[in-house]
Design a protein around this ligand. Structure first.
Ligand code: FCB
Length: 472
């Protein structure tokens, strides 16, 4: 019965555009995801986040579900265009009041609020002015962070500046499968830098205004990259630089890795990096947030074989893997989740141990982990999602192994509290432990939610339950 450290923080996670709905209410302005989802052909089934899980109007019900789950923390994101519509400096009070109600409602239930400032919903006006490739966006992000710190900083337990800047930069600006659907490799690398800079500015601004006991963090979707054979070391190095060290370098070491600059020299000269930016990006952090779903397997392309590009991200007009033309992303053995992602929890242990080795002083927090499966509502009205329970059990076991190996992992946030708008997949992919009927908005506990409640209550994995093998 693997146990977790005392005070381990158990939570669930969501993001504003994926759950809130109320997209045109109470003065909220448009974000790049409103524009993206309303562009025909970009999201499966033409789904949008206009209503999503209607969380904005069902806040009390959802807070009560969190209380029933017994979690100690809840990770949500603040919608920038809801609180500062039009990218202006005027606070939209009704929008901010929603987050006051959320934070206060969590605390009233003894649940620690964990607030992400940017989970991909950039105000459309900032994109119109150039978006993340434009330096001004980073400065505006720092100001937004300060305003939120001033408003909520006496009650938020942990702040997360950015969620997965990898996705914002590469899926948003290089492959175009996420908003704002641009395919410009040079702009994408400029976005990488301005996300790093914006993170540093936000972390520093927060530190000046929030409760000194509150924590500051960032969430990265680090890719755990393996080579198919020893001959693939160069492919591993190159993809690791682009995917991981492009963020870890400036944020934690205060410098971009030299090899990344050299690898991408034909795309950009990085002249958008100004003196002092890297030092700004390296703002002191209390925690590093880690999102993990599956590992990546690469192979150096031999120049003739058929290409393999199974990197787990939707295929766009261009690759998100800038200057990695000779790298193949090898389809890995199953089992798979409904996203087509292979299930391999050993990558999580290895990733956590690598971070512990490279940054021994920095505590870690799993800020997302979970799985989509085609859930079925049984005749008895239950959702027997054994595959999700199995996935969670495997990954939580992997976390205990990393902890035994010395990694200081302080918490785990399950993605997701409830089925929601899964970006370009719309509502077709269900990650929740609570089922949401997207026609009626009725919430139903899946078996995984009952299971997770037991885990949280015991601070340990239950010794016996129906672990099933996952269909491949
Ligand atoms: C992550 C996102 C999150 C959700 C999960 C499945 O990349 O941060 O919003 O979509 O994937």
């Amino acid at each position: 019965m693997p146990a977790f450290p005392e005070n381990f923080l158990w939570g669930t996670a969501t993001a504003a555009y994926q759950v809130e709905g109320a997209a045109f209410e109470d003065g909220r302005g448009p974000s790049i995801w409103d524009t993206f989802s309303h562009t025909p052909g970009l999201v499966a089934n033409g789904d949008t986040g206009d209503v999503a899980c209607d969380h904005y109007h069902r806040l009390e019900e959802d807070l009560n579900i969190l209380a029933d789950l017994g979690v100690g923390a809840y990770r949500f994101s603040i919608s920038w265009p809801r609180v500062l519509p039009g990218a202006g400096d005027r606070i939209n009070q009704p929008g901010l009041d929603f987050y006051h109600r959320l934070v206060d409602g969590l605390r009233a239930r003894d649940i620690a609020p964990v607030a992400t400032l940017y989970h991909w919903d950039l105000p459309q006006e900032l994109e119109d002015a150039g978006g993340w490739p434009n330096r001004d966006t980073a400065l505006r992000f720092g100001e937004y962070a300060r305003r939120m710190g001033e408003a909520l900083g006496d009650r938020v337990h942990t702040w997360i500046t950015l969620n997965e800047p990898w996705c914002s930069a590469y899926l948003g600006y290089a492959s175009g499968v996420h908003a704002p659907a641009r395919t410009d490799a040079a702009a994408s690398l400029a976005a990488v830098h301005h996300l790093n800079l914006g993170h540093g500015l936000a972390a520093r601004a927060l530190r000046e205004v929030i409760d000194p006991a509150a924590k500051i963090s960032v969430t990265l979707n680090l890719h755990h990259i393996r080579g198919e054979s020893e001959r693939d070391a160069e492919a591993v190095r190159r993809t690791d630089a682009l995917a991981n060290r492009a963020f870890l370098g400036p944020m934690l070491d205060g410098a971009y890795p030299r090899d990344l600059i050299e690898d991408t020299a034909s795309v950009t000269d990085w002249s958008f990096v100004q003196d002092g930016d890297e030092a700004t990006a390296a703002a002191p952090l209390d925690l590093l947030g880690v999102n993990y779903y599956n590992p990546v397997l690469v192979r150096q392309w031999d120049g003739t074989s058929e290409r393999d590009q199974a990197d787990g991200h939707a295929n766009g007009a261009a690759s998100p893997w800038i200057a990695c033309d000779d790298v193949d992303f090898v389809r890995q053995p199953g089992p798979y989740t409904e996203m087509g992602w292979n299930i391999d929890e050993t990558g999580l242990t290895e990733l956590l141990l690598r971070l512990h080795r490279d940054y021994p002083e920095l505590p870690l927090m799993i800020t997302e982990n979970g799985a989509a499966f085609p859930d079925v509502v049984s005749d008895d009205g239950h959702i027997h999602d054994e595959q999700r329970v199995d996935y969670l059990r495997r990954h939580l076991t992997a976390v205990t192994e990393a902890i035994e190996g010395g990694a200081d992992v302080q918490g785990y946030f399950l993605w997701s509290l409830m089925d929601n708008f899964e970006w370009a997949h719309g509502y077709a992919k269900r990650f929740g432990i609570i089922r949401v009927d997207h026609d009626t908005q009725v919430r139903t506990w899946k078996d995984s939610a009952h299971w997770y409640r037991e885990v949280v209550a015991a601070n340990a994995l239950p010794a016996t339950d129906q672990v099933t093998t996952t269909a491949s």
